[in-house]
Design a protein around this ligand. Structure first.
Ligand code: PLP
Length: 463
């Protein structure tokens, strides 16, 4: 559910009328392995540890707020995707979920490819040594400079998103004396969210070229005529935080239908099909994501079956998980600043970050979990709302959560599953300094993205 109204407005009424919180968990000190990174546990003193390090020590050393990322968990998840899809498919990590040079190196080492969608992401990928042929360039409005850089660098594919772009990329490549491999992104009329999808003829959104009305077929016709580009496949991305495979089933059916039409009209069988990303993760204990091997099996079967019935050779499949790889590997560590009980309503717990380090709650009504991590507690659960320090009443990190009733200023709390779309969407609202990303592994911690400083802010403000 997205919302466009100003959050400080009518939503205040929610506090009184909503009242459908799930019951408090049986044990507030428990850490559900579904939502926490693999190496998270508690030490003998009750402090949460990750990668063998207590969060109390991490907070002392690196300050709060901070994103703490479990490197071995990241590598395991990346490897699980790679292994699940095997040698006949490609896994592109969606860099927009979270990108840094360390992440690029991990991906390279684990055999994954990388999606970028801006000059900045491309620069990060190249500067960390990702081979250009393993990079795919996305976006609905790539600038001429971005196209030129991508083609000149030799990226493996550019995903074309409009009729204008087909021509732009072809001309740029020709001017550089190259032939650029491309896919065309189409919209198949499947919009998938979590446990449901909507299949229609048309899709009302900015990405891709509609299959409806013969537009995608026309795009293919034009792409096949241009010398500067080599059309290698069709791309479709149907949504985000998806748990149910049936949306992919409809999407694959429609994409394969287009591949069949292309063969019938042009006598070419395109060798690749990209089914995008969007696979869901557990933000709370209520979410039940599928394992990469189940997803790989389901997607491969769907495409193979569709191609058999269309009598097409099965194309090489690629997928683009972002959230499903990095999301669960990190949590945000905050220090509690104030605890404000509102009689009969709930307790507002203010932390030292907020919507600047996690915009997803304000932007999408995203749900998160939260736990006291600097110690355990036997106190009764209290209904809490974790809020930030920004000048905005919609500055909510966790809307409904149970925390121990003895929570006090100075306690550390952590919000799990913040590896994706948190640091990458972080802002400087209120001139707050963006938190660091600290990677932990085997008892060692290192900063992979440092905390922003006031000098960083003032350097941009040239007065
Ligand atoms: C955002 C995006 C992804 C990744 O989505 P996740 O939900 O992070 O898996 C993959 N492909 C495309 C084209 C995207 O826009």
């Amino acid at each position: 559910m997205s919302r466009s109204a100003h959050p400080a407005g009518p939503r205040h009424a929610d506090v009184l009328t909503e009242g459908h919180y799930s019951a408090p968990p049986a044990d507030l000190n428990a850490l559900d392995p579904k939502v926490w990174a693999h190496t998270v546990g508690r030490d003998a003193d009750g402090a949460v540890t990750v990668g063998g390090l207590p969060v109390t020590r991490l907070a002392e050393e690196y300050g709060t707020p901070a994103y703490i990322l479990d490197e071995s968990d990241f590598r395991e998840r990346a490897r699980a995707w790679r292994t699940a899809f095997g040698a006949d498919a490609d896994v592109f990590y969606a860099g927009k979920a979270f990108l840094s040079r360390a992440v690029v190196r991990w991906l390279h080492e684990e055999g994954l490819n990388l999606d970028v969608c801006s000059g900045g992401e491309l620069a990060t990928a190249l500067s960390a040594g990702m081979p250009a042929e393993r990079i795919a360039f996305h976006g609905n409005n790539k600038s001429p400079e971005e196209i030129e850089r991508a083609v000149a660098a030799g990226v493996g594919r550019i995903v074309l998103d409009s009729f204008q772009e087909i021509v732009r990329v072809a001309h740029t490549a020709q001017a550089l004396g190259k032939r650029q491999r491309v896919q065309i992104r189409i919209t198949v009329g499947v919009e998938a969210h979590t446990h449901e999808f909507i299949a229609t003829a048309h899709e009302d959104q900015k990405f891709g070229i509609p299959l409806a009305g013969g537009q995608a077929a026309e795009a293919v016709r034009r792409a096949l005529q241009l010398d500067g580009i080599e059309l290698i496949g069709i791309h479709s991305h149907i949504g985000s935080q998806i748990f149910d495979m049936s949306g992919f089933e409809v999407a694959a059916h429609r994409v394969v239908g287009l591949l069949k039409d292309i063969r019938d009209e042009h006598g070419v069988e395109l060798p690749e099909i990209d089914l995008g990303g969007g696979l869901g993760i557990a933000y709370t204990s209520d979410d039940d994501p599928r394992e990469p091997h189940e997803i790989a099996k389901a997607l491969t079967e769907i495409v193979t079956r569709e191609c058999e019935s269309a009598r097409l050779r099965t194309p090489r499949i690629s997928v683009e998980p972002g959230r499903a790889i990095v999301g669960p590997t990190a949590f945000t560590l905050y220090e509690v600043g104030t605890v404000k009980p509102l009689d009969g309503l709930r307790t507002y717990v203010s932390v030292d970050g907020g919507m600047s380090d996690n915009i997803r709650t304000a932007l999408y009504d995203a749900e998160y979990s939260v736990a006291l991590v600097s110690r355990t507690s036997d106190a009764e659960p209290m209904l809490a709302r974790v809020v930030g320090k920004h000048c905005e009443s919609g500055d909510i990190v966790v809307k409904d959560a149970f925390l121990p009733g003895d929570l006090a200023p100075g306690d550390l709390i952590a919000v799990p599953a913040t590896g994706a779309y948190c640091r990458s969407m972080a802002s400087n609202y209120n001139h707050v300094l963006r938190p660091p990303v600290v990677a932990v592994r085997d008892g060692e911690a290192r900063v992979i993205v440092r905390r922003e400083t006031e000098e960083d802010l003032l350097r941009l403000d040239v007065g």
